[in-house]
Ligand binder design. Structure first.
Ligand code: ZN
Length: 856
């Protein structure tokens, strides 16, 4: 489920846990200010330690950013049957207890259905973090190669020539409307998978002429389980500990990249994402705030209509509160004021509309069977799971029925989404009352710029990463063949241009705009409110508001290479301002290259290691320069003990650091500190809860090792361990977004972008003489985009943070080099441009701790 901020204050809402016979339960409580700390809460931390510990090797085997070898075939007809290799039987699969299909039984089941029907095709579209196959089932009437080719041509035309497609009155009659059913993205919300399999079987074997017509008029795509790791393990997250229904703008996980590619390749007009558990069944559309980059008039019209249809189908199953403990359907848009919004495009149904989906829904089936309820008696669990499967199947049935009956209109509306984008029409103000209840509080608009220009001014490596990410999201990017002037500025040849007159301009804009401060518009947000690839990914991105766009350019399929090594001999410098540079440096350190670290945040590579430098330059796309004469401190591989959340562990390892997860329990069990250079603390470690032996061992470590902390847990640890003299002040717990910062030229702040990201922000006051301010919140108000208010007493808001220290460094009495972060530089692997701050903190801490150098 999407944990309902308005409904929840802790992990599980008692109000929504309706047991059979408890007739008095309410379907929804009035929204309250969110107090849940999504960024740093214990739930996130617990997922972290457990998931990460067993997965170290697998993290290293991440699939590449491109989906290259997967993706759907374009030049084959249907059927496209493959004999799926059945996984080994796993009696520990968490689905079994619920009477549901375990992961290992899905492939045999699909193989059987492929044998029995000429409507069922299965393709493997990727692998999970732990290496399990992801299955995409396509249900449709058989197509010759020519017929399938025609479908591809029409689909391309809808996206790439939408004005022509809109004029073609024969198009809809020839086109099979694509529908996408995404199941089980949260691994411990199981029944979407079982409902999908049931639906596939019913439709595959039906002799009903209506079904035959449906198969001729649609293609139904089922991602049977989006999260096989979580299905087997009984976890919300995948094997890497990531909540994948928060990952769509970042796409850090292979499962998410597979889903993204399905949406790009199939261009669904409608989709549902099957979750649990909210009683009564929750069906979107959502409350405000509404994402401003959608064509919302088209979206709300269809999404509400299908929502009502699903409601009727679910309520029509006949389950009752008294008899079954099943409450009537709730639709947040209609039934709640706020707290279940479609503002951030991090969720599947909030990402799909950018690829033309005009009816897009989260569905939360009713009866809880996960977490604490997983321990209920088996008969009760199976009773609940059977009902949940019925409910999920009803929503699938309603959705394909909706598409079947509104076939031509949905296709026309998808065409209109792309047509407006390609024409560069202004954002449409949705008329009030377009659907019942659509009021001024629902109106969100944006102003699309004429173009964005992405340059390597700050970091060519970061610009290349951003360009490749946009392309992977099917956003069109061009490269300038010659230098050009735009908006009074001259750009060099090779600069990248995103012409906003393009079909998927909404997706381009939602990533490249700075975002909006929506603190004043709503009381409570469901999840994050701020993100920005332009401000947080380290590239230089200029917005060009209007005017003619005369640039001689060519389309880009991949960013140009960015690696280089100067021709002149001598030692080489690598400035660490991008995560790729961190990877390159860690690669050199792993090879045993004698690197030194300078306090301006650069690594110096000796002339003798020139060949190794050239190799990593090419491998990671990083640019070496000639080294000056700055003295450095010897640097070797940084070995980290980390009490951190899953996203932080993932990000540190992605940068090539050697990380050993620790926690209070691990230290209390007797931890060998001899292999640790730096301790990283952000969650799961309480100094107060350490036993005497663990404290003694920690004290001994602190005489020789460095410490980096983040957030509240980190600040508490700093105080308890007597490291730096600083008082940590907490901002409001649910505050999050992009903030303006000022950085020093210190070992951590130097080279930082002008923006950072916060979730539950903190700042540091009463600083001791040994403390250096590395980064401060902007004095003219830090929040750029997101949601950050003062609390009820007027405390903890962005006003209070003005000019305050956000990141500090210093050496404590014992000589340990310590850095405290009040920001969230590795949040969900998103703010790529902030990762190197953490790396610089680690290098600096490892290099100078115990060394007899003078620190700044
Ligand atoms: Zn869910």
């Amino acid at each position: 489920m999407r944990l309902y901020a308005a409904f929840l204050s802790i992990a599980v809402s008692a109000a929504l846990l309706v047991l059979p016979g408890s007739a008095a339960a309410e379907p929804a409580e009035p929204p309250q200010p969110a107090v849940r700390d999504f960024g740093n809460g214990p739930e996130r931390n617990e997922v972290a330690a457990g998931a990460a510990e067993g997965q170290r090797a697998e993290t290293l085997r991440r699939a590449p950013e491109t989906t290259g070898s997967y993706g759907l075939s374009r030049d084959r007809g249907y059927l496209r049957q493959v004999q799926l290799p059945p996984p080994a039987e796993n009696p520990a699969d968490a689905s079994i207890k619920l009477g549901l299909v375990p992961y290992h039984a899905i492939a045999p089941k699909l193989n059987d259905l492929q044998r029995r029907s000429d409507r069922v095709s299965v393709e493997i579209i990727g692998r999970s973090h732990q290496g399990r196959d992801l299955y995409l089932v396509t249900l449709t009437a058989p197509e010759s190669r020519g017929e399938a080719g025609e479908q591809s041509v029409i689909r391309d035309r809808i996206e790439n020539d939408p004005a022509g497609a809109a004029r073609d009155r024969r198009l809809a009659a020839r086109y099979k409307a694509p529908v996408f059913v995404n199941a089980n993205i949260h691994g411990n919300e199981w029944e979407g998978t079982d409902a999908a399999l049931r639906t596939i079987e019913e439709l595959a074997t039906s002799t009903d002429p209506q079904v035959a017509d449906l198969m001729k008029r649609t293609r139904l795509y089922f991602n049977v389980t989006a999260n096989p790791d979580g299905r087997v393990n009984g976890t919300r997250a995948n094997g890497a500990g990531f909540d994948m229904n928060r990952d769509f703008i970042t796409a850090s996980q292979p499962e998410v990249r597979a889903m993204r590619q399905v949406m790009i390749d199939t261009q669904p007009v409608a989709m549902i994402d099957l979750h649990g558990y909210v009683n009564g069944t929750l069906i979107e559309p959502t409350t405000p705030p509404h994402g401003a980059n959608y064509e919302y008039d088209l979206f709300i019209k269809n999404t509400y209509a299908n929502g009502l249809g699903m409601e009727a189908a679910v309520n029509g199953l006949g389950y009752t509160p008294a008899k079954d403990g099943v409450h009537p359907v709730q639709i947040p848009f209609r039934d709640s004021d706020e707290g279940w919004d479609d503002w951030p495009p991090i969720f599947t149904p909030q990402y799909a509309p950018f690829h033309g989906t005009v009816a897009s829904h989260t569905v939360e089936i009713p009866l809880r069977v996960n977490n604490a309820d997983y321990n209920l008696p088996v008969e009760e669990l199976r009773r609940r799971s059977a009902i949940n499967t019925d409910v999920a199947a009803a929503t699938i049935r309603a959705t394909y029925g909706f598409v079947h009956s509104k076939h031509d209109q949905l296709i026309a509306d998808q065409i209109e989404v792309f047509r407006r984008g390609a024409a560069g029409e202004p954002s449409k103000v949705v008329p009030l009352g377009i659907v019942p209840g659509f009021g001024p509080e629902d109106v969100y608009t944006t102003t699309f710029p004429r173009a964005y220009v992405i340059t390597g001014q700050r970091s060519a490596t970061a610009a290349a990463r951003l360009v490749d990410h946009l392309i992977a999201n099917d956003v069109r990017v061009e490269r300038a063949k010659r230098s050009f002037r735009l908006n009074g500025k001259t750009y060099p040849a090779g600069s990248y241009v995103v012409d906003m007159r393009q079909p998927k301009r909404g997706l381009a804009n939602v990533m490249l705009e700075p975002g909006e401060d929506i603190s004043h518009r709503v009381d409570a947000m469901y999840d994050i409110s701020g993100w920005s690839h332009a401000l947080l990914w380290g590239a230089t991105v200029d917005s060009v508001a209007s005017g003619p766009l005369h640039v001689s350019s060519e389309p880009v399929k991949a960013a140009a290479p960015t690696g280089s090594v100067p021709r002149t001999p001598g030692s080489l410098a690598l400035k660490v301002t991008d995560a790729k540079e961190v990877q390159a440096l860690n690669d050199l350190l792993a090879q045993g290259v004698a690197v030194t670290w300078t306090n301006d945040g650069s690594a110096i590579v000796p002339a003798a290691a020139r060949q190794a430098a050239a190799t990593v330059s090419d491998r990671y796309g990083v640019a070496f320069t000639r080294a000056g004469s700055a003295p450095g401190t010897p640097l070797s591989q940084v070995r980290i003990a980390a009490a951190a959340s899953a996203d932080e562990l993932f990000t540190l390892r992605e940068m090539g650091f050697a990380v050993t997860p620790v926690s209070t329990a691990v230290l209390n069990a007797g931890f060998d500190w001899s292999g640790t250079d730096v301790l990283y603390v952000s969650s799961g470690l309480s100094h107060a809860a350490l036993n005497p032996a663990a404290r003694t061992a920690l004290d001994a470590y602190l005489a020789t090792g460095g410490v980096i902390t983040r957030g509240g847990t980190g600040a508490t640890f700093n105080a308890a361990a007597g490291l730096l003299t600083a008082t940590a002040v907490a901002g409001r717990g649910d505050a999050n977004g992009v903030v303006r910062v000022t950085s020093s030229s210190g070992p951590v702040g130097g080279g930082s972008p002008e923006h950072s990201f916060v979730y539950s922000p903190r700042w540091f006051t009463a600083l001791g003489a040994e403390v250096t301010v590395e980064q401060s919140y902007a004095t003219d108000g830090p929040l750029v985009s997101g949601h950050w208010r003062a609390d009820d007493k007027g405390m903890g808001g962005p006003e209070a943070a003005r000019g305050q220290a956000a990141v500090v460094s210093g050496r404590d009495e014992r000589g340990a080099a310590v850095v405290l972060f009040g920001t969230e530089p590795m949040f969900r692997n998103h703010p790529k441009g902030l990762f190197p701050q953490v790396a610089r903190a680690l290098y600096w801490s490892a290099a100078v701790t115990g060394a007899t150098v003078t620190t700044p």
